[in-house]
Design a protein around this ligand. Structure first.
Ligand SMILES: [Zn+2]
Ligand SMILES: [Zn+2]
Ligand SMILES: [Zn+2]
Ligand SMILES: [Zn+2]
Ligand SMILES: [Zn+2]
Length: 687
């Protein structure tokens, strides 16, 4: 055995031992984490006089301090982990909060961190309190503010990045272990990190899309450690592989991924790795229409349809109305074929296909009317592209995760996903409220627009209604020219145009690096050249009025001459304008109803959460050990108190936000008292 490979083996053994050790220690860590939560009354250990209000985990052996002693000690020791203990539970305080005369007071405290001497030459830069950040070390978590340097003159600035803080391996391990213990504690208090309260118990739409920036290099840290969060958010690779194999065997590789108008290509579904350098090629993500992350899987062989199928199947335990993706018009026929061969997946067809609104613009108008979310009854203003907002967030960590081990990457992405969701859920009430207000304004505008159009066109509501039906019927009809030779050329044109448009969209949104952009531009040029010659050929085969010109077919969503019945030629453009206006109004009206329903679901979820916390309180006092030691159990009780407090604060905030809107609609949030009776007791007035 070579020296290098025996070294590698030793290193891998050590890695494995370390991860086994962590695995054994975890129950103990969980108990200790909880035990530290128990807050009993104390006297300040410094002055021995006043009651202690602060417990500092880093001022050993005298952690309990009164307000004045706390300020004296911690003016400089900003890194110390301080908790307020006056409410019978520990409430973490940022270094910028202290207790003055029994009142929580704000004070400016900066985190000592290595910083550049200067950011420019103006000599007018100053250090200010920047972003809040949770810094985690072996000792625990610190909620701090990052320093930031800014120049008043030239706007040059410097601020440290998350990547700087988690680069070292040992730091990362402790960070993840802390997160793992926290996750176990969250499980004890029955918190679900990958669930949207406004989409529970039923969900209007789930949208699925790939993120190709979250790849991982094959040569990156190789180790056999198992991810702590395997299967929690990112599905287990083996499970996905078995599912993909099963589908492929059962269906004989029926189809591939393409664009509308294109033909099935088995080759695509069997597509090989995009590059030999990567192991995971990216993440396929499922999110709700509020951008809450729900489920993900690692892609290993391009964006095959079996991936969204796996996620759809995973999500289907919930009642979901729409399944949104960028090529729903191709995916749905695939799903129908798969369901024929695999009857146990038949129920997936109960969802309705939803072609994401932006991507639909790259398809022709007929496809848009049939599939785009903008024209689906009941879809509201859902876009089906909600994955994009998570992508921007997750891609920030991609620079680090692409060099990590498989397990490290899974854990880090899961932790990031939890953070993202926590933020989304914390802001859910303001998001929904703002969305409702915006929708109300947009609806006013669209109603005026529709009225003006009706007057201008001189049509009645009945006529408008019948035009809408006409357009829908037209979109449901057959699409190819009657002459076989012309039909073949026409279908080639549809393929090429869809491809050019898709590549152009890709150029603006997904591409990573200038090399890829250059390749994409070259492909677009090549396809346009072919398109020009195919269009010439088509034009030589048809009558003058059916001829195409290159500029028209690449701008906006086109209606092909072969999609028009001769009697329609004059009317469709006009009908389409009216159709668009009518649909815009309808979607906005639906959106208002949808948001109100979502607010109620969110509210009910909050109330249900209160009942759950009550149940856990009950359990902890009736002698249930929950696998904890006595100190851990005491800590759990304190933690539940803390969570109840946080929930009540949230409840008050949410109620205030929603009442503003709900009183106008004649609805209210009365469900709360119902749920209290149902669960046998309220959580207010007991502590
Ligand atoms: Zn004191
Ligand atoms: Zn201290
Ligand atoms: Zn400057
Ligand atoms: Zn949601
Ligand atoms: Zn399409």
């Amino acid at each position: 055995m070579s020296q290098a490979s025996s070294g590698l083996l030793r290193w891998m053994t050590r890695k494995r031992q370390l991860s086994e050790w962590w695995g054994k220690e975890r129950p103990q860590l969980v108990n200790n984490m909880l035990a530290r939560q128990h807050a009993a009354p104390r006297i300040c250990q410094l002055c021995g006089n006043n009651p202690a209000v602060i417990c500092c985990s880093d001022c050993r052996p005298q952690p309990y301090l009164c307000g004045q002693c706390d300020i004296r000690v911690h003016q400089r020791q900003v890194f110390h982990n301080r908790d307020l203990m006056t409410d019978k539970f520990f409430h973490p305080l940022p270094p910028t909060t202290c207790v003055l005369d029994s009142v929580l007071t704000h004070c400016e405290r900066l985190v000592p961190l290595e910083m550049p001497d200067k950011v420019c030459n103006c000599l007018r830069s100053s250090v200010i309190a920047g972003q809040s950040i949770a810094v985690v070390t072996m000792n625990g978590r610190y909620d701090l503010r990052l320093p930031q340097i800014k120049c008043e003159a030239c706007e040059a600035s410097w601020s440290p990045e998350l990547g700087d803080l988690i680069r070292s391996d040992s730091f990362r391990q402790s960070f993840l272990e802390w997160e793992a213990a926290r996750y176990e504690v969250d499980k004890l208090t029955r918190e679900d990190h990958f669930n949207c309260p406004a989409c529970s118990p039923d969900m209007l739409a789930v949208s699925v899309d790939g993120n190709r920036k979250l790849y991982r290099f094959k040569t990156a840290a190789r180790s056999e450690e198992k991810a702590i969060f395997d299967g929690v958010f990112i599905a287990n690779d083996g499970d996905v592989q078995r599912f993909v194999d099963y589908i492929h065997t059962a269906t004989n590789h029926v189809s591939g991924r393409g664009v509308c108008g294109g033909h099935w290509s088995a080759a695509r579904e069997m597509s090989r790795k995009a590059s030999g350098k990567t192991d995971e090629e990216g993440l396929e993500l499922a999110v709700c229409r509020h951008g809450v992350l729900l489920r993900a899987l690692n892609m290993f062989r391009g964006e095959i349809f079996a991936y969204p199928l796996y996620l759809q199947q995973q999500m289907a335990s919930k009642a979901i109305t729409f399944f949104a993706m960028d090529v729903a018009c191709k995916y749905w026929p695939y799903l129908q074929k798969v369901a024929e061969k695999c009857p146990e997946l038949q129920h997936l067809l109960d969802m309705r296909p939803f072609l994401s609104v932006f991507h639909a613009k790259a398809h022709d108008f007929m496809c848009e009317v049939k599939w785009s979310g903008a024209y689906q009854e009941g879809a509201g203003s859902t876009l089906g592209e909600e994955v994009e907002q998570c992508n921007a967030f997750l891609s920030r960590i991609a620079v680090t995760t692409k060099h990590m081990s498989k397990a490290g990457r899974t854990d880090m992405l899961t932790v990031m996903g939890m953070r993202w969701n926590q933020q989304k859920i914390n802001h859910l009430s303001s998001t929904l409220t703002r969305r409702y207000q915006k929708t109300t304004v947009a609806l006013e505008e669209q109603l005026q627009n529709l009225e003006a159009m009706k007057i201008q066109m001189g049509i009645t509501d009945d006529q408008l209604e019948s035009w809408v039906i006409d357009v829908k019927q037209w979109a449901g009809g057959t699409t190819s020219p009657t002459d076989g030779a012309v039909a073949a050329v026409a279908s080639r044109i549809e393929d090429l145009v869809a491809s050019v448009k898709r590549r152009s969209q890709f150029l603006y949104k997904d591409s990573d690096g200038s090399k890829q952009r250059a390749r994409m531009r070259r492909k677009i040029r090549e396809e346009k050249a072919i398109l020009t010659s195919v269009v010439d050929k088509y034009n030589s085969m048809v009558e003058q009025e059916e001829q195409l010109n290159m500029d028209d077919i690449l701008s906006k969503s086109i209606v092909w001459p072969w999609q028009l019945k001769h009697s329609d030629v004059v009317g469709l453009a006009t009908k389409r304008k009216a159709f668009d206006a009518a649909m815009a109004v309808k979607r906005l009206e639906e959106e208002k109803r949808i948001i109100i329903a979502e607010m109620q679901k969110h509210w009910r979820d909050l109330c249900g959460r209160g009942a759950t916390l009550d149940q856990i309180s009950q359990l902890t006092v009736t002698g249930e050990t929950l696998g904890l030691l006595e100190d851990g159990l005491k800590g759990l009780q304190s933690l539940v108190l803390k969570k109840k407090k946080a929930r009540r604060t949230m409840e008050e905030h949410v109620k205030k936000m929603y009442m503003k809107i709900l009183t106008d609609t004649g609805m209210n949030l009365s469900d709360h008292s119902d749920s209290e009776e149902e669960y046998g007791g309220s959580d207010s007035g007991q502590e």
